[in-house]
Every structure is written in C-alpha cells, then in structure tokens.
Write a protein that binds this ligand. Structure first.
Ligand code: HPA
Length: 252
C-alpha cells in the first residue's frame, strides 16, 4: 500500500477520528500478533491518515495488556512513518488542568511487567536476535513535535508546549502520595499508556510524538484535594477537548 502521511493512535475516549473520509478498514496481523483492532485509513485535509484505537474501539483492552508492539507494527506495515499518539492523562502541575491539550517533551517510565522492547520473544530470535540500545534521551521526535506545535498555532488551538509525562502501570488511578512523588520527580502529566509505546516506536524507527489530553486533575493535584475522579468526568473532559483535537490533527 502506498504511504500514509500520519498515523494516529487514539486513547481513552477517542475511538474514531472525526472528519476522516473515504475510510478503508484494514485487519492486520503482525509478527507480534494482532493489534487492538482494525486500522481505519482515510483522507483528512487532503492527506492519507491512519487511525487505530489503542484500547480497541469498544475500550476492551486495559493499558497493561495492550499489544503495543503489534499496534505500532501494524501501522508501519500499512506504510506509516509518523505516529501521533493521543494519550488521555491526569494533570499534576499548574499548567495542565482538565481539558488542556499538551505536547510533552520528556517522560519517566514507572510501568512494569510489560513487553517493552522488540528484543524479546520469537520474532526477535527468528530475526537474528540483534540487541537494540536505541538513544532515548529525547523520547519524542523533534520534527513531529515541531509539526504539532506549528499546526496548533496555524489552527488557533491552545496547546501547552513541553512537560514531562509519567507512565504508570494502572489500570487503577494513583494515590495522592504517588502523585506527590511524581511531582517531586518533575512530572507534569500522568497516564498509563505512554510507555512502552514511545520506546518501541523508537526501536521500530518510527517518528513518534504525544498529544496529551488532560481529563482530570491527578489525585490530590487540583484545587479540591478530596476530589474523587470518575470515568464519567474523564470521558466528559475528553469529549469537551475533542473539537480542538480534531482541528489540530487536521492541521498536522
Ligand atoms: N492517572 C493516570 N492515568 C490517567 C489519569 C490519571 O489521573 N487520568 C486519565 N488517565
């Protein structure tokens, strides 16, 4: 298949790409197994764009069980070289309140027990077992981030530039003490899916950037320290941020 200009991975609350036209559906099997669901490929703003729902279109795959390798490999098999990851997150520091869109430039990985490298299992052994030690000092693609920031300016969408994403294991949300620790570590945002996805994208040679949608104040981080976070709040805030999201993706 001929090239795809941009692949988008949708997170919690984003199960389809608004304004995608002439959509073809691809059910792809990869050397790492099956992705979370079909890849939808269509036209957006005159470009070919692929979309994959990270948790499945019915949100049936929890963050620690997503086959991140298969998802990225499926997009690459279809011809994608640039992947924009939408990640629904909690906000920790002042600039990252609910409904904010952000393009972080750093991350810290607190996940455990996930397959976090291509250097594991049969596909790796069968392909000769070369050990990869990719550079990851700058975990997101500089050029794709610049494209996202420029697109936000062009589309008049407010976007916070930079910030550090904490990837936690989930699927439960964090304790207040855990969020206080993440703040001390220098994290601004917290989500459950940023890793191993970003690291695997680097191993696969994909350009990869994160567009974070803040759905709630992380535990104890907002003005009401006793606030209880509900899934409904998360979904409502992601829905509210979605118009800006669609404009921004169209401009990227
Ligand atoms: N913590 C972790 N992941 C999340 C959150 C959160 O508060 N909100 C949305 N995804």
């Amino acid at each position: 298949m001929s090239g795809i200009d941009l692949a988008v991975i949708g997170g919690t609350g984003v199960y389809a790409l608004a304004r995608l036209e002439d959509v073809e559906t691809h059910v792809v099997e990869t050397r790492y197994g099956a992705p979370s669901g079909p890849v939808r490929v269509g036209r957006l703003g005159g470009r070919r764009v692929a979309f994959l729902a990270r948790h499945g279109e019915g949100h049936s795959v929890p963050p620690h069980l997503v086959n991140y390798r298969a998802n990225l490999a499926a997009l690459q098999l279809l011809g994608a070289t640039r992947v924009l990851a939408l990640n629904t997150v909690g906000g920790i520091t002042e600039r990252f309140g609910p409904r904010v869109l952000a393009c972080p430039d750093q991350l810290i990985d607190y996940t455990w027990g996930r397959i976090s490298t291509l250097c594991e299992g049969e596909p790796w052994i069968d392909s000769g077992g070369e050990v990869l030690h990719v550079d990851f000092g700058e975990p997101y693609s500089r050029s794709l981030r610049q494209a996202v920031l420029a697109a936000a300016r062009a589309a008049g969408v407010d976007l916070v530039e930079g910030g550090c994403y904490a990837a936690t294991q989930g699927p439960r949300l964090e304790t207040r003490a855990e969020i206080a620790r993440l703040r001390r570590d220098g994290c601004d945002l917290v989500g459950m899916t940023g890793m191993p996805e970003a690291g695997l994208a680097r191993e696969l040679g994909l350009e990869y950037a994160c567009l974070a949608v803040v759905a709630n104040w992380a535990a104890g981080a907002g003005p009401d320290p006793d606030e209880v976070i509900t899934l409904q709040d998360v979904l409502d805030n992601v829905a509210a941020a979605s118009a800006g999201l669609a404009d921004l993706i169209g401009a990227v």
